[in-house]
Write a protein that binds this ligand. Structure first.
Ligand code: HXC
Length: 513
């Protein structure tokens, strides 16, 4: 009964699941890459994937490009550690994973589902960009995807893995998602490839140099993570997801981490040098602070003068923003302001409390920074903190000078709890800079200017560079013993868990992009 019809279905299924055919699959493997189906299997819980639009084909003239079931992208849904997710994976074995009209529609459909259901969306990219044969209809497909990336922004987490070339139109959708993971020596992202660059600009640049994982993780900031291989990439996606809620109406899962919330930590002070000009690694402070030292850093290799990432405190996800005195002495510059502002906005969108650790001498001076827009970019950090209504807890560890004091989640930017260690230095300028301005004439006339400056700077530091003036004014809520930092922050997070705050009605703000 109906044998032929069932046979036909299975024949189509086999054909769809063999992508561009055995030769192209071999070629994909020979490049050290998995196929789109193998990638989905690796990412999702075993047997959980349900494919949709498996038999979609392109509508272009068959003589222009061969027809394949699925049209170069696999879409569907499944679960990761039991949580619902929607997935699409470009299949490079079919027309180079290029995006035509129907592939565009498939991705748009899966994005619509993810939005309706309120579940994370994960895209796996390996694509030659717009399908040249389909002309404007492939551009039309990209337009639909970009529109949905924008609608989904701040509603569901959107994650992209770049595991192969992502050329032309294939780069802008990832850029609009929340997190981009690139696989080292495999993922490449560029708007125009090396051949075009050579032709138009006569510049010789390799694929890796132009748009490889290291380039985007260190220079452009497009990549939030670098994975050593595809297995590491999928592990990173799973770990990232574990810190996030399903959507903007939910909170993150509370995990039993078995780390004592009342843990007194005497090691903090050992990490902080006596001399405020000596470097130390803020990541060590973060690791002592959070549950089980488990800190999941984002943008690890980009703008290293600021650290951002997820961790848990008493089992709840927090977003950490911290200055890193090891790089540029922890000064704020253009890239660090962009990096932190985007992270803060992500946390605020998805109900993740923000803990800010401060040790910064100020905004980085210099013509280079001024000409490239430190005013424009630096103010994004102010905007992001002001706008964020999630619980915000700040702890000043060392320097907090000038505009950087304000920008690093000060009271005025609607931080809820502002703590400081006794080692905090809160002032308009650092002692040396302040003395140079306040005592310009004295120093000019002094026979021993260096010694005088040193003496005056010490007097300034003793008098002004401490947390107590701010504590007197109530803009620091409490000066705490460093060893109490973890229980103090955890209690603040617990008390703020039901915080509700809103601003005036508006369509949307006009962040100074
Ligand atoms: C149609 C494409 C394609 C494309 C690759 N293919 N890109 N088909 N449209 N955009 C096909 C190839 O013809 C080839 O088919 C197969 O896919 C595999 O490609 P290869 O070149 O053999 O593979 P490889 O050597 O690994 O190089 C991969 C690549 C390269 C780096 C991605 O193919 C490439 O440079 N492609 C073009 C990239 C590009 O310029 N895209 C921009 C499009 S414009 P056969 O049958 O020969 O095996 C764009 C604008 C949109 O995207 C803007 C929106 C904002």
């Amino acid at each position: 009964m109906h044998d032929d019809k069932i046979k036909r279905l299975y024949s189509m299924k086999t054909s769809a699941e063999s992508g561009g055919g055995p030769d192209r699959i071999d070629a994909q493997h020979a490049k050290g890459k998995l196929t789109a189906r193998e990638r989905i299997d690796l990412l999702l819980d075993s047997g959980s994937f349900i494919e949709i639009d498996k038999y979609v084909m392109h509508r272009a003239d068959e003589s222009e490009s061969k027809k394949y079931y699925g049209d170069g992208v696999i879409t569907g849904f499944g679960s990761i550690n039991g949580r619902k997710v929607f997935v699409y994976a470009y299949d490079f074995t079919i027309l180079g994973g290029s995006l035509g009209e129907m592939a565009g529609r498939k991705i748009a459909k899966i994005m619509d589902h993810a939005l309706k259901v309120g579940a994370p969306l994960i895209g796996i990219l390996d694509s030659g960009g717009a399908r040249i044969q389909e002309g404007v209809m492939s551009l039309d497909g990209y337009g639909d995807i970009f529109y949905r990336n924008t609608l989904a922004s701040g509603v569901i987490p959107q994650i992209t893995a770049s595991i192969g070339p992502c050329a032309g139109g294939a780069v802008y959708s990832p850029a609009m998602t929340d997190f981009v993971i690139m696989v080292e020596n495999v993922g490449q992202m560029f708007v125009t490839g090396p051949e075009v660059v050579k032709e138009v600009l006569s510049q010789d640049v390799s694929f890796e140099e132009l748009g490889g994982a290291r380039t985007h993780a260190t220079k452009s900031g497009v990549a939030h993570f670098v994975a050593s291989d595809e297995y590491d990439c999928m592990d990173k996606i799973k770990k990232l997801l574990s810190f996030l809620p399903q959507n903007n109406t939910e909170t993150t899962a509370v995990v039993n981490t078995n780390d004592d919330p009342n843990r007194i930590e005497k090691g903090f002070l050992d990490l902080l040098p006596e001399n405020p000009y000596e470097q130390y690694d803020m990541k060590q402070i973060i690791k002592l602070l959070v549950d089980n030292s488990d800190f999941f850093e984002i943008h690890e290799h980009f703008a290293e003068n600021i650290i951002v990432g997820f961790a848990r405190m008493n089992g709840r996800t927090i977003g950490i923003v911290a200055n890193q005195p090891m790089y540029l002495a922890g000064a704020l510059d253009i890239n660090s302001s962009n990096k932190a502002a985007r992270f803060i906005r992500f946390c605020d969108s998805f109900n993740i409390s923000i803990v800010t650790l401060v040790d910064t001498p100020g905004y980085l001076p210099g013509a280079d920074q001024e000409h490239n827009g430190i005013i424009r970019h630096g103010s994004k950090l102010l905007y992001a903190y002001c706008e964020a209504t999630v619980p915000k807890i700040t702890c000043i560890i060392g320097k907090a000078y000038g505009g950087a004091y304000i920008a690093m989640s000060s009271k005025n930017l609607r931080a809820d709890m502002n703590y400081a260690w006794p080692t905090a230095e809160i002032a308009v300028l650092g002692p040396e800079a302040a003395i140079t301005i306040l005592h310009r004439k004295d120093l000019k006339n002094s026979p021993n200017a260096i010694a005088t400056k040193k003496k005056l700077a010490k007097e300034f530091r003793d008098k002004f560079a401490n947390p107590y003036i701010a504590a007197e004014k109530g803009i620091i809520d409490l000066v705490i013993d460093p060893m109490d930092t973890r229980p103090t922050i955890i209690r603040a997070l617990e008390i703020l868990v039901n915080k509700r705050q809103s601003g005036p009605w508006k369509k949307h703000g006009n962040i100074n992009l």
